[in-house]
Design a protein around this ligand. Structure first.
Ligand SMILES: [Zn+2]
Length: 130
């Protein structure tokens, strides 16, 4: 799915794309100048490799996504969001999915089996539910 930067004006544009089990639902909104903000949610599953045993397992993904998309080279630094550059005047949603899934794969992951063996000895943190 490709969307021309030109087509994103004052009104937001909804996107809903999925590839290889990963899905992005969100909206594109014109920021300043050549920048477009993508805000939404990423969900699904990504196949990752356990750093302990090397086995691959599928990791459930459900997180907020915030990206700043640049029409051409972006020469600034953005603290609020990661910037993704596109060079042909259009936003390639598949490219975003690919790079998000690639960056998830680059993280350290421990499979449920190894986690269980590890037990609670690494000082488990309790997350508060909303
Ligand atoms: Zn493992």
């Amino acid at each position: 799915m490709k969307i021309a930067f030109k087509k994103i004006g004052a009104q937001t544009k909804k996107v809903d794309v999925s590839k290889e089990g990963l899905r992005i639902e969100g909206t594109l909104r014109r920021a300043q100048g050549t920048l477009v903000d993508l805000g939404g949610r990423m969900s699904g599953e990504v196949e990752v490799e356990c750093i302990r045993c090397g086995e691959s397992f599928s990791l459930a993904i459900d997180e907020d996504l915030k990206l700043r998309l640049s029409d051409g080279v972006y020469r600034g630094f953005d603290e609020e969001a990661d910037v993704v550059e596109f060079y042909d005047g259009s936003i390639d949603m598949e490219q975003i999915l690919d790079s998000e899934s690639a960056s998830i794969k680059l993280d350290y992951h421990i499979c449920p089996k190894c986690k269980q063996q590890e037990g609670d000895d690494n000082g488990s943190t309790k997350e508060t539910c909303e």
